[in-house]
Design a binder for this molecule. Structure first.
Ligand code: FMN
Length: 275
C-alpha cells in the first residue's frame, strides 16, 4: 500500500473516531451541566462552537431552506421612490446618534421612508447569483423580513406593510390605525405609537438553521443589531429621531404582523419619528 493511501486511511480513521467520540461520548458529559444552568446560560452553552459541535453538526439533520423572499401576491403594492439621499458624513452620524423617544407631529416623507428601508435591508450588490443587502448577514442567508407599522407618513395610509426587498416596494398587510396596538404590544412604550413609522424586524429562523443549525439563532439576534444600527444612523442623517426596542410582548407583536412566533418571529422593534 502506498504512503498516500496509508495516510488517507489514518486520517479517515481519526476523523471517524473523533465523530464517534463527539456524538456519543461528549454529549453525555455535557448533560451534567444542564440542571445547573439557567435557560439563557444553556442557550449560550449549547450554541457554543466546539469541535464536537462542528463535527456533530455534519451528521445532524437540518431543516430545509425556506424561500428567500416572502411575498404577499394578492396585496396592494406601493412603489417607493429611489433611495438617492446623500446626507451627513458617517462620523458625524455616529457622534450624533442617540435614542430619541419624543417626536413631533410632522409626517415622515415617502423619500425618507424609502431611505430608511433601504438602509435596513435594501439591495446593495450581487455576488454570483446572490443578492446582497445593506446589513451583513451570516452566510448571506438573510433571515429577516421587515414590516412597518405606519402611523404618520405623508401620502401613505396608516397600516402594516411588508418590505419587498427585490423591488424596493411595500405590500399592504393590514390597513388601519395600529398605533395603539403597537404601543400595547410594546408594554406601553408610547414612542412606538407616536413614531411616524415603527419597524418590526422579523426572522425566519430556518433560513439560517438550514446551514448553521441551532447556532444560527445567535446569528439572527446579532443581525438584528446590524439592521437596527443602520436605521439609527440613517435616521440621524435624515434629521429624524429613532430608538430601538427589545422590550415587547412577543405574542402580541407576532399577531400584529401575522407570523406564527415559531418558524418566524419578531425579534426587534425600531421607532422613527420627525423631531
Ligand atoms: C438590545 C437593546 C434593546 C433595547 N430596548 C429598548 C426598549 O425596549 N426601549 C427603549 O426605550 N430603549 C431600548 N433600548 C435603547 C437603550 O435604552 C439605549 O440605547 C441606551 O439607553 C443608550 O442610549 P443611546 O442609544 O442614546 O446611546 C435598547 C437598546 C438595545 C441595544
Amino acid at each position: 500500500m502506498g504512503i498516500r493511501k496509508k495516510m488517507g486511511k489514518f486520517v479517515s480513521a481519526t476523523v471517524m473516531l473523533a465523530v464517534v467520540a463527539s456524538v456519543c461520548v461528549l454529549p453525555a458529559q455535557e448533560k451534567k451541566y444542564e440542571k445547573k444552568l439557567s435557560i439563557g446560560e444553556r442557550f449560550h452553552h449549547e450554541t457554543s462552537s466546539t469541535w464536537r459541535g462542528v463535527l456533530g453538526d455534519m451528521f445532524r439533520t437540518k431543516p430545509k431552506k425556506p424561500p428567500q423572499y416572502k411575498t404577499y401576491p394578492s396585496s396592494k403594492k406601493i412603489e417607493l421612490p429611489k433611495p438617492k439621499y446623500r446626507g451627513m458624513v458617517l462620523e458625524e452620524a455616529i457622534e450624533k446618534r442617540r435614542s430619541i423617544r419624543n417626536y413631533s407631529k410632522q409626517a415622515i416623507s415617502m423619500a425618507q421612508l424609502s431611505q430608511l428601508l433601504f438602509a435596513a435591508q435594501g439591495v446593495t450588490g450581487k455576488m454570483y447569483d446572490r443578492v446582497l443587502r445593506s446589513a451583513p448577514s451570516a452566510g448571506a442567508l438573510y433571515p429577516f423580513e421587515i414590516y412597518i407599522v405606519v402611523n404618520n407618513v405623508q401620502d401613505l395610509p396608516q397600516g402594516i406593510y411588508h418590505y419587498s426587498v427585490l423591488d424596493h416596494g411595500l405590500e399592504l398587510v393590514k390597513a388601519g390605525d395600529f398605533s395603539g396596538k403597537i404601543t400595547d404590544a410594546g408594554l406601553k412604550q408610547e414612542m412606538l405609537g407616536d413614531a411616524g413609522v415603527t419597524f418590526v424586524l422579523s426572522a425566519i429562523f430556518d433560513r439560517v438553521r438550514c446551514k448553521f443549525g441551532e447556532r444560527g439563532f445567535r446569528y439572527v439576534y446579532i443581525e438584528a443589531g446590524h439592521i437596527s444600527q443602520n436605521i439609527y444612523l440613517q435616521a440621524v442623517s435624515l434629521g429624524q429621531g429613532s430608538v430601538c426596542a427589545g422590550v415587547f410582548l412577543d405574542e402580541k407583536v407576532n399577531q400584529l404582523i401575522g407570523v406564527d412566533g415559531s418558524k418566524e418571529a419578531a425579534i426587534y422593534l425600531h421607532a422613527v419619528g420627525s423631531l
